[in-house]
Every structure is written in structure tokens, then in C-alpha cells.
Design a protein around this ligand. Structure first.
Ligand SMILES: Nc1nc2c(ncn2[C@@H]2O[C@H](COP(=O)(O)OP(=O)(O)OP(=O)(O)O)[C@@H](O)[C@H]2O)c(=O)[nH]1
Length: 340
């Protein structure tokens, strides 16, 4: 009996982890034991830490690369290791730049074919930014393709962050989606709040017989995925979106305790280059370490029980790493001097 797999895809900051947390809470309520595979572009496990307290599920983390290309070979190992614990369902949260089609492909590899069955691909869209991303990336075909593949391959599309958009914008988004995918179920949501029965209704405890997806997965062959590093295909260097989306981790030494305002000013200064930033930061004005999330040019802070050294992960397009790092050091120094 194969373990059902639900893939959570969606552009950076669209609400995948928020949905995963809901799923884990709901699974707990239903007495289900999920397994989780989390893939992050950065070398730091920010999302993994967020899961603490929501679940005692087995979690496999694939950091520092995208599971659909550079870390693809490790996916099979993670699935094999999770399978030993016989979870009722496996959730795979992809990176924001992953093409779910490649994961669907990877799940058919011989080592895992008998263990798991792809059940559903869920794609989250950031309602506030999806139209802009669509046009911003028009000049970059590969990233645009990735975004469209995320829509095309989905069985369920959650148009998330509807609290930030108007009804006319929603109907434009609907048209964009329908151009890419006219069979997926499309649901508007805020904070990934959807009827979780849509994902979990067929997941049964100790019952590995997965019910087939409503719409069988259609393998798309026409154009290669932007950042997929398939040796058999020749993809021009400039169309590799993965190389455009870069990640860098900047540490904050414990002696330095920046202020919230100072960090926010820094992020906004680089807003044109940044797609996403997140990290755990010990702020001078807060007792607890704060989880900072920068997504869609919005910054949120929440208390956390993280106890390690502070750091921030930056994800952006064509990041000038040296400039960012030098500026970051200068910025922290400036904050320190100001408060002396
Ligand atoms: N306003 C608003 N914020 C949201 C909504 N859903 C999620 N967020 C916030 O958006 C930020 C990113 O959400 P995540 O769930 O981490 O998004 P993600 O897709 O996992 O992000 P990556 O892991 O970077 O790809 C967090 O600060 C969330 O609290 C929503 O519907 N409305």
C-alpha cells in the first residue's frame, strides 16, 4: 500500500508553510501521523523551526538547494527514510521556485515508485503579487515559466492573501489561472484557511490505499522547466531561473542587537532585489528572539523560542552578495554606534 503524497507548491511567500501548519494541526486532530519533507533554498532551516510545537511528525529537511534540481537525488532518500516510519500521508513543501512537475516526475523513480503515490499538487498564489510577478518576470522567461508550471500542474489552486486585494483584482487573477489550468479547483483564501477536507478527506489512518487524484497528472513536455538541470536537455545559461534566484545567509553576532526599525529600513532599502527574507533576530527592544518574515514587501514579527545565534536569510533575484554583505555589516555597525 503506497503512502499518499501531497505536494505544496507556490511562489516565495505565498503561504505554503502557513498551510502546512494548518494541515499538521488538522492531521493531529484527526489522529493521523504525517511525514513532512521540507525543502529550503537557504542553508538555514527557518521553516523547520516554525513547525516546532505543531507536530511530532517525522520531518526530513532538504536545505540549501531546490529539490527539483540540485537536491533532487536526495528526495528519494528522504522518502525512503520517512516511509520506514509508516506515515499516513507525506506532505512535501517545495521551495518557491520549484516546479512541481519535476517532483511528480521524481516520485516515479524506481526507488520510491512502490512506496508513495502522488495524490495532490496544491499551488498557492499570493493574490497581492501574482499579477505583478507575472509581468515582472515577463522579461525572464524561465521564472515566468516556473510560476505558470506551478499553476498548470496543480490539482488545487489556493489564491491566498485575499485580505490584501480587491474583488476586481481577484477576477483578473482567476482569468490568469484559467489560461494556465482550466480543470483545477480554485479557492480564494486568507492565511491559507481552506476546507482541509479537500486535502485530507481521503487520507486514512493505517490505510495506505490512496484514492486517485480527481484529475490524473498530466506530464507536460513542451518546454523544459526553467531551473531544471537535466543533462539531456540543453538550457541556455540565462534561462536558468534557479541561478537568478539566490539565497544568502547573514549572521548577526550575539553582541549586536539591532532594533526592529533598523532591520526594517535595511530590508526596504533592498526591496527591489529582495523576493523574500526571513530569520531569527534578537532585537534590543524585545525579550524573546523574534521571527522576522519579509514577503511581498511586507514585514511581520512574531515571538519565537529560537535559542541559537541570530541570522537573516535573503532570497532575491540577481543579488549583489558582496554589496549586500558589506552594507549589512555597515548597517549593523551604524546601529551599534547610534546606541552607544
Ligand atoms: N496578509 C496575509 N499574510 C499572509 C497570508 N498568508 C500568509 N501570510 C504571511 O506571509 C508570510 C509568508 O508566509 P509563508 O506561509 O511562510 O509562505 P511560504 O510560501 O511558505 O514562503 P517561502 O517558504 O519563503 O516560500 C508570513 O509572514 C505569513 O504570516 C495571508 O493570507 N494574508
Amino acid at each position: 500500500m503506497r503512502i499518499p503524497v501531497i505536494v505544496l507548491s507556490g511562489f516565495l511567500g505565498s503561504g505554503k508553510t502557513t498551510l502546512l501548519l494548518r494541515l499538521l494541526d488538522e492531521a493531529k486532530t484527526r489522529g493521523l501521523q504525517p511525514g513532512v519533507i521540507m525543502n529550503e533554498l537557504g542553508s538555514r532551516d527557518v521553516d523547520g523551526h516554525i513547525l516546532n510545537g505543531h507536530s511530532d511528525s517525522a520531518i526530513e529537511k532538504l536545505l540549501d538547494g531546490c529539490v527539483c534540481c540540485s537536491r533532487r537525488s536526495e528526495l528519494a532518500g528522504s522518502i525512503q527514510s520517512l516511509s520506514k516510519q509508516k506515515p499516513d500521508v507525506i506532505f512535501i513543501e517545495l521551495t518557491g521556485v520549484a516546479n512541481p512537475e519535476e517532483i511528480a516526475d521524481a516520485l516515479t523513480e524506481p526507488q520510491v515508485l512502490g512506496l508513495v503515490q502522488l495524490k495532490q499538487i496544491v499551488t498557492l498564489l499570493d493574490a497581492e503579487h501574482v499579477l505583478t510577478y507575472n509581468s515582472i518576470f515577463e522579461s525572464d522567461l524561465s521564472l515566468l515559466r516556473t510560476l505558470r508550471r506551478q499553476m498548470e500542474t496543480a490539482d488545487l489552486i489556493i489564491v491566498n492573501k485575499t485580505d490584501l486585494v480587491t474583488a476586481p483584482k481577484l477576477s483578473k487573477i482567476d482569468k490568469v489561472i484559467r489560461k494556465q489550468n482550466d480543470t483545477a479547483l480554485v479557492i480564494p483564501a486568507a492565511y491559507s484557511q481552506v476546507d482541509l477536507n479537500l486535502l485530507l478527506a481521503t487520507v486514512k489512518k493505517q490505510e495506505r490505499q490512496a484514492i486517485p487524484v480527481a484529475r490524473s497528472f498530466k506530464m507536460l513536455k513542451a518546454v523544459p522547466a526553467g531551473h531544471h538541470q537535466d543533462k539531456e536537455r540543453t538550457i541556455p545559461e540565462k534561462t536558468l531561473s534557479f541561478s537568478r534566484v539566490q539565497t544568502m545567509t547573514l549572521p548577526i553576532v550575539s553582541a549586536t542587537q539591532p532594533s526592529r526599525r533598523h532591520i526594517e529600513k535595511f530590508l526596504l532599502k533592498f526591496k527591489e532585489q529582495l523576493l523574500r527574507a526571513k530569520g531569527y533576530i534578537r532585537l534590543k527592544e524585545e525579550k524573546s528572539v523574534m521571527l522576522m518574515q519579509y514577503a511581498g514587501k511586507r514585514i511581520t514579527w512574531t515571538e519565537s523560542d529560537f535559542s541559537g545565534e541570530s541570522y537573516i536569510v535573503f532570497i532575491g533575484i540577481n543579488l549583489n552578495e558582496q554589496q549586500l554583505e558589506a552594507e549589512w555589516k555597515r548597517w549593523l555597525q551604524l546601529d551599534r554606534i547610534r546606541t552607544l
